[in-house]
Each structure stands twice: as structure tokens, then as C-alpha cells.
Design a protein around this ligand. Structure first.
Ligand code: ERO
Length: 311
């Protein structure tokens, strides 16, 4: 039987697998990043979104495991942009996407100007969708503000840059965000971030399960899979071919990876399931994906990528 080939492309770099970690999960410290670098079947890694200054994040409890997913209100804890830039410049042994975030548009510009001037030439992802910062909206829900930030960024930024998007729920919103994104030379969109501002209730205690923002937090895991697939599909149908789609959300099995790719994902990230199962999840997902491909007679990911049929 012909060997199944899971290789994928990260903006010109060949990856042995289409699987990534979702930013935020097991990617904050040097030790965690090194663990990712040593994880088999993880094609490329993504750093925790970095802000100009290091942040402690929100008070505990800030992550809660649910039967069908997770809720988090981490609040962007990270070691600061300088730390992650040093890591990708000096320690990197596996293809890596540097994720950056900003508490204001001005901070985003300052950070990306510094990155433009740095020796770093690799891919970066600007997180426009953190749901858990007290008092801050998710920028990418404001189409005009997103347009203004990207317009300013691309007036000086010439290195590979993509964006992390929140989930959208209305076809008009897919049209609007795609129209904005198609104006810029983005390498990729990563969709979806967690579904913001969900609420879980502990019925015994009659209380919320995370502390910040009165218990409102970002949802991930199985429960977000249909939303993630819809966002991958809808954006793939609307974005320029030059903008890759990284699918994130709700992956617990090789079948979920398969469906993300069938909807058009170039690469697929795993978040909540890494929290639940650990980094061994990538070997399992790769094996399950290969089994499905073998059963269906597919040898490469491009045999079925984006080929979802409609009725
Ligand atoms: O709270 C966080 O650190 C966080 N949680 C998410 O689910 N998505 C994020 O983008 C994020 C911080 C940037």
C-alpha cells in the first residue's frame, strides 16, 4: 500500500504534519515551548500571544474543564514580547508562528514596528480576538477598527503576517471581515479563537467556574466544532487564494482534523484536547487521520482539502 503523506506547507516551509498547537495551550514558558519542539506529529508550533509587557493574567480559577470542552479566562498571561522574540530567534528548532497581541491599536503598531526592525523573518500572527481582557472588546468584531489597524500595519510591515480571528455567526459578517482582509497581503487567517463570553454554572455551588469578568469566558473543545468548521468554510470561500486558512476549534479526533481540511483548512490546531490529553494527542490524531485517508483512498491532504460537497 502507498504510504499516506501528511505533509503540509507553512508559507514555503514543508511540515511533516498539518497539526499545530492552538496559541495559549502549552506554549507560554521556554520549557513548554521546548516540549512542543520535541512533540512528534506536531508540524509547527505557535507561541502564547505576546504583549509588549509581560502579564500575570487574570486571577485563578481561570481555566475549567467541561465534559464537552472548556471555558477559559486566562487574561493573556505571557512572558512579554522580548522573551518570545528571543525564543524564535535563538531557540527555535521546529517551524514556529510568533503570536502577538496588543491591548490597544497603538501597542500593536509599536510591537510590529519593533518586529519589522528585528532580525526575525518568520511568520507572525496578530491576535485580534482575545475575549478575556477586562474592559477590552475583541477588535475583529469591529470591522472598521480592524481595517484601520491593518492599513497602518501594512504601511510599514513587510514580513509574513496573519491574523487570529474570533468566530463569526452571520453570513453578512463573513462578507464584511473577508472584504477587509482581502485588501491586505496577509499570509493567513487563523479561525476560530474561543467563542467569547460563554458562561458555565456549577449547579452544586450555584456559582460560576472562573473568577474574572463574573465568570464569563472563552469556550473551546467539542462544543465549538460546528462553529469552527463554519468559519473555516465561510472564510475559505471568501478570501483570496493567497490567504491560507488555519483551522482551530473543537478537534478531538482524526475525523475532526479531516473535516477541518475538507472545509478548506491548510493546517489544523488543537487546544482544549491538549489540555485534556497532553501532547501525545498529536500521535493519535495523525494515526486516526491516516486511517481515514487510507480507507477513503487519499494519499495527500490536497486530495480532499476544500472539497466539501453541498447537497
Ligand atoms: O485569556 C486568554 O489569554 C485568551 N484566551 C483565549 O481563549 N483566547 C485568547 O486569544 C486569549 C488571549 C489572547
Amino acid at each position: 500500500m502507498t504510504e499516506i503523506d501528511l505533509s503540509a506547507d507553512l508559507f514555503g516551509q514543508t511540515l511533516t504534519s498539518p497539526l499545530l498547537n492552538a496559541s495559549g495551550v502549552h506554549c507560554q514558558t521556554k520549557e513548554e515551548l521546548n516540549d512542543l519542539a520535541n512533540t512528534s506529529n506536531l508540524g509547527a508550533m505557535v507561541t502564547k500571544s505576546a504583549t509588549l509587557q509581560a502579564r500575570e493574567g487574570n486571577p485563578n480559577p481561570r481555566y475549567y474543564d467541561l465534559e464537552n470542552g472548556s471555558i477559559n479566562s486566562m487574561g493573556l498571561p505571557n512572558l512579554g514580547y522580548d522573551f518570545y522574540l528571543d525564543y524564535v530567534l535563538q531557540e527555535q528548532t521546529k517551524p514556529t508562528i510568533l503570536s502577538v497581541a496588543a491591548l490597544s491599536a497603538a501597542d500593536a503598531i509599536t510591537l510590529l514596528k519593533d518586529l519589522q526592525a528585528s532580525d526575525y523573518q518568520g511568520p507572525t500572527e496578530l491576535n485580534l480576538s482575545c475575549p478575556n481582557i477586562v474592559g477590552e472588546p475583541q477588535l475583529a468584531y469591529d470591522f472598521e477598527a480592524t481595517d484601520r489597524v491593518l492599513s497602518e500595519v501594512f504601511s510599514f510591515y513587510t514580513k509574513p503576517l496573519g491574523v487570529k480571528l474570533p468566530p463569526y455567526f452571520d453570513l453578512v459578517h463573513f462578507d464584511k471581515i473577508a472584504a477587509v482582509l482581502n485588501k491586505y497581503p496577509l499570509t493567513h487567517v487563523n479561525t476560530i479563537n474561543s467563542i467569547g463570553n460563554g458562561l458555565w454554572v456549577d449547579i452544586d455551588q450555584e456559582q460560576v467556574v472562573t473568577k474574572a469578568k463574573g465568570g464569563f469566558g472563552g469556550l473551546g473543545g467539542t462544543m465549538v466544532l460546528p462553529t469552527a468548521l463554519a468559519n473555516v468554510r465561510a472564510l475559505r470561500q471568501r478570501l483570496n487564494d493567497s490567504i491560507k486558512v488555519l483551522g482551530t476549534g473543537g478537534v478531538t479526533s482524526g475525523a475532526d482534523v479531516f473535516t477541518h481540511i475538507l472545509c478548506g483548512a491548510d493546517l489544523v490546531s488543537v487546544g482544549t484536547q491538549v489540555m485534556k490529553e497532553g501532547l501525545g494527542v498529536y500521535d493519535r490524531l495523525a494515526e486516526e487521520l491516516k486511517d481515514i485517508m487510507a480507507e477513503k483512498g487519499y494519499q495527500t491532504l490536497s486530495d480532499f482539502r476544500g472539497k466539501l460537497k453541498e447537497l
